[in-house]
Structures are given as structure tokens and as C-alpha cells.
Ligand binder design. Structure first.
Ligand code: CMX
Length: 134
């Protein structure tokens, strides 16, 4: 397994509406998509930056992992997503190498991507996502 690049960096925010203006008006990035991911109980906003993206995450439910994160730590860096050719086989390989998985199989993420998470307790405190087309 080898990621080709950082697909996106996820940032937990209380509100997309109040957070988007910083990215658009200060950094000069364009919000090219807003999408709700029901499975993850979040609403996302995306900005392209070279090969990578910034993904803002607003919780849509108190039970959302992002709502729990904000309640505990406040807004901020939530996860790093690595671009993988095949998310399912990358997850299997990580498990074989002794890492703790959150998702054993890929799930449906934003932008039609397959996604799977590794537990931050086995990745130096950084919630890690594998992300790809298959
Ligand atoms: N980054 C780093 N550490 C995190 C974390 C994060 N994003 N979220 C939780 N943790 C840490 C907590 O601080 C806690 O550490 P301590 O025990 O030292 O206090 C530990 O992980 C357990 O956290 P918790 O608050 O008890 O929460 P849960 O165990 O219920 O859930 C996690 C944590 C990571 C398993 C859960 O958030 C999860 O399944 N995340 C993956 C899915 C997700 O985040 N989806 C939203 C984004 C979707 C998208 O990009 O589309």
C-alpha cells in the first residue's frame, strides 16, 4: 500500500455558513461543493488546493462523531485522508500490520468516494482516513 497524495484534510466546524467565508474571502479558495453525508451525520464543504482539498465538516446530529469531537476538543483539525488506489485492500493490509480499524470494509463517503477509518489510538493520535474510487 502507498498513498499517492493527501486527498483531503478534514476540519470540524460548528457551522459551514460561518466558516466558509474565511476560506473564500481570506485564503481566496472556492467552495466548489457542499454535500451531506448521511452515513457520517455531517454536512461537508470542499475547497481544492493543488492535488489536495480542505473538507469542512459540520455535524448534522448530536450523535455525529464530529459533534462528539467538537464537544470534547472544540473546532479544529479532525482527520487526514490519504488517497488510496484500493481502500478495501489498504484497510486489510493495515489490519494485518496490527493497526486498529474503525471500518473493516469501505463505506460510502462524500464525492462518491469509498472511505475507511483507522483508529487515532493506533496512528499517533491522528484520525486517519483511506479514500479512493474503489
Ligand atoms: N482525532 C484524534 N483523536 C480523536 C478523534 C480525532 N478526530 N476523535 C476522537 N479522538 C480520541 C478522543 O480524544 C479519545 O481519546 P482519549 O481516550 O485519550 O480521551 C479517543 O479518541 C476516543 O474518543 P471518544 O470521544 O470516546 O469517541 P469515540 O471512541 O466514541 O469515537 C472515533 C472516536 C475516532 C472512533 C469516532 O469519532 C469515529 O468513528 N470516527 C470515524 C468517522 C468520522 O469521524 N466521520 C466523520 C467524518 C466523515 C467524512 O469525512 O465524510
Amino acid at each position: 500500500m502507498k498513498p499517492s497524495h493527501i486527498e483531503h484534510i478534514g476540519i470540524a466546524v460548528n457551522s459551514l455558513d460561518t466558516s466558509i467565508p474565511y476560506y473564500e474571502n481570506v485564503l481566496g479558495l472556492e467552495c466548489y461543493a457542499i454535500e451531506e453525508v448521511q452515513d457520517q451525520k455531517v454536512k461537508t464543504a470542499f475547497f481544492k488546493l493543488g492535488d489536495t482539498k480542505i473538507e469542512l465538516l459540520e455535524p448534522t446530529d448530536d450523535e455525529s462523531p464530529v459533534a462528539k469531537f467538537i464537544a470534547k476538543k472544540g473546532e479544529g483539525m479532525h482527520h487526514i485522508a490519504y488517497a488510496m488506489e484500493d481502500v478495501g485492500s489498504a484497510l486489510k493490509e493495515a489490519e494485518q500490520k496490527g493497526l486498529r480499524l474503525i471500518d473493516k470494509e469501505p463505506r460510502q463517503g462524500a464525492e462518491g468516494m469509498k472511505i475507511g477509518f483507522l483508529h487515532p489510538k493506533s496512528t499517533n493520535g491522528v484520525l486517519t482516513e483511506f479514500c479512493g474510487k474503489k
